[in-house]
Design a protein. Structure first.
Length: 650
């Protein structure tokens, strides 16, 4: 493909008159280009915005000639009055050039004349998805491929094994023929699926790097092989047990050939043990030897090993082989590891971790854009490498699904990831084309929506003002087992949303009084929950008390339900709350609930009765609960909107 000049087919839709454009230091693309020299006017050829091409008349030309062969992912774009030429020494560079053109065409079918010279400063520009704790459908993973390609990120790291809820839920996401039954029953990727997935990724210039976490975060293995569990630590393998070594080697023998990536990640994080000094010393040395043993085995298969930092907490004299690449997440002495010969990746947990639904970690997108650089592994500048140190491979944005297999929906997670991905993409490319994050947001918005990505899709409004669902007629739930189906297919609305309804409670049932429900969420009239409250005494000192409240509640499942309703699932932290006092019997009451990002508010008859910093779902699968916890009474004027309504009273 690169041996000759290639004319790429564009369907020409006539021409446009040249328009005089003022010189612009920054094109409205993400990531910002390294160099842009504006010309005068626009290219007269009008292109289809999707650049789906057949035979052309030379309006768009891709060629290796005149490219900079020292920058394999770099490209040059020359836009003249009659044509656009993209030059690169590699297919991925040509693809990046096309992506730049496509982003520009999104905004204006008339491309500006001028010259772009562009290349990435960092070799690895990565996103990690924790699919071990939460099953991501393959269709969603393919959406992430398209997101990464659109913003010129070149690696997707899949964290393929882990556990949640103190080991009550485990995940191993790869078809395993050597050990039948190891792969997760709720979702695993077949070898055929992974082959096709990697082929699609390769066509987009993206590497799929696998991770199987060991010897910690290993409940999926110790449940499968109880004889390799470290006594007293059910999530840890016993690294002094030869069976652990043998089985992990045999597992790697099957897993390694599945993936094309040059690296194979074995985790090794958060393996920390107590015990006597002698026992600890023995285990610490064995842990370090385990890393080197697995590294030697992986290298014998032609791969490079990656691990997480934090192994330093397990002391000993055994030095980790310098061929191992280290994801610097917890410990941050990057220069110290580089001095020992390691390549490192900036995965600083304080800056690069998203944990959907949790009240810890989180990425400051403005902080990343305004003040972070990929070489800033530590706040102590003496520990940081120079920005052009060849041992610094790049950086990574991480999505950890600590809340488990339900928790946030795929759409909620993607909504969290997108703005962070945009900021990381620009900084990892090595540019900062806007003076600050506010200005960058406006530029990034002009690149949306990302083509052929559906993970952001929400329930579609069917009426005015974003009306999603309406039930104007009255319904009566006569008993705790009464249920009225409402919708099928997607039955949960992600934030932002507003629900309003009138309810008339006719009986005290001693149950939760579920008004609306789905598999993932419930809105209840009589939810009872013991919650911690913090007050202050006369001296201003905080006093913690536990108080049991009952009233209007919003529940969202945060764990494996095993066929149960949301309230019987694992409730992580305080994602479910009581927001009011109990409803008064035999009286019409207007309830309004507003769900925004990390914020839920409840209003009763126009007055706010409670709020929390939790993100919730609005369920519209059915009135009542199929588990015998239904509200008993009447419901009317039920409406759900896909936005936050602004009106008197709320």
């Amino acid at each position: 493909m690169l041996s000759v000049m290639i004319a790429i087919a564009i369907i020409l839709a006539g021409t446009v008159a040249a328009v005089e454009l003022p010189p612009s230091p920054t094109l409205n693309v993400v990531p910002a280009v390294q160099q842009w020299t504006p010309g005068t006017g626009t290219c007269e050829a009008r292109f289809q915005t999707d650049l789906n091409i057949a035979k052309s008349e030379g309006a768009l030309i891709l060629t290796p000639e005149g490219s900079d062969r020292t920058k394999p992912e770099g490209y040059i774009i020359e836009s003249t009055a009659k044509q656009v030429i993209i030059r690169s020494a590699t297919p991925v560079g040509l693809s990046y050039g096309l992506t730049t053109v496509r982003q520009l065409l999104r905004q204006n079918p008339a491309l500006p004349q001028g010259k772009i010279v562009d290349w990435p400063r960092y070799k690895h520009r990565m996103l990690m998805l924790d699919v071990g704790r939460k099953p991501f459908p393959m269709s969603v993973l393919k959406d992430y491929l398209r997101l990464l390609a659109w913003y010129k990120m070149n690696e997707l790291h899949l964290h393929l094994s882990d556990e949640a809820f103190s080991g009550k839920y485990t995940g191993f996401r790869i078809q395993c023929d050597t050990f039948p039954g190891l792969a997760s029953k709720d979702l695993f990727y077949t070898k055929k699926e992974l082959r096709e997935f990697q082929d699609e990724a390769k066509a987009l210039g993206i590497t799929i790097t696998p991770e199987i976490d060991m010897p910690g975060h290993s409940r999926v293995f110790t449940d499968f092989w109880p004889d390799i569990m470290l006594k007293g630590y059910p999530n840890y393998m016993d690294v002094t047990n030869q069976k652990t070594i043998e089985r992990m080697k045999k597992l790697l023998d099957e897993m390694i050939p599945i993936f094309d990536a040059p690296d194979f990640h074995i985790g090794t994080d958060e393996y920390r043990v107590g015990g006597s000094t002698e026992e600890k010393a023995k285990l610490h040395e064995a842990f370090r030897r385990f890393i080197n043993t697995m590294n030697a085995h992986i290298r014998s298969k032609g791969k490079t090993t990656r691990i997480w930092s934090g192994f330093e907490h397990m002391g000993g004299t055994t030095q980790i082989d310098p061929t191992v690449t280290i994801d610097m997440w917890e410990t941050d002495d990057a220069n110290g590891q580089i001095a020992k010969g390691h390549h490192i990746i900036n995965s600083n947990h304080g800056r690069t971790y998203i944990v959907p639904g949790a009240h810890y970690y989180g990425v400051s997108n403005s902080g990343i854009y305004n003040s972070w650089e990929p070489w800033m592994v530590s706040g102590d500048m003496s520990k940081n490498p120079a920005k052009d140190n060849p041992h610094l491979l790049g950086g990574k944005l991480h999505v950890w699904n600590d809340q488990g297999p339900t928790g946030h929906t795929m759409t909620e997670i993607a909504d969290l990831v997108l703005p962070s991905l945009q900021a990381f993409a620009e900084k990892l490319w090595g540019t900062k084309g806007s003076k600050d994050y506010v200005e960058f947001q406006a530029r990034a918005a002009r690149t949306l929506p990302v083509p052929a990505v559906s993970v952001f899709d929400r329930l579609q409004a069917t009426g005015n003002n974003g009306l999603i669902f309406s039930l104007p007629s009255e319904r009566t739930l006569t008993a705790t087992n009464t249920v009225f189906p409402l919708t099928k297919g997607r039955v949960d609305l992600e934030c932002p949303w507003t629900l309003t309804m009138e309810v008339f409670k006719t009986a005290e049932t001693g149950m939760r009084g579920v008004i609306l429900s789905s598999d993932l969420a419930e809105i209840c009239a009589d939810y009872s929950r013991t919650e911690e409250q913090i007050n202050r005494n006369a001296d201003g000192k905080k006093i913690k008390t536990r108080v049991t409240r009952r009233g209007i509640g919003v529940i969202r499942a945060a764990g494996s339900r095993d066929g149960a309703d949301p309230a019987s699932s694992h409730i992580a932290k305080d994602v479910s709350r009581v927001y009011s006092d109990p409803l008064i019997l035999n009286q019409w009451t207007t309830i309004t609930i507003v769900g925004d990002r990390r914020n839920t508010s409840v209003y009763v008859n126009g007055a706010k009765t409670g709020g929390s910093d939790n993100q919730t779902l609005c369920p519209i699968a059915q009135l009542g609960s199929p588990t015998g916890n239904s509200f008993v009474g009447r419901i009317r004027n039920l409406k759900v909107y896909d936005r936050i309504l602004k009106a008197d009273g709320y």
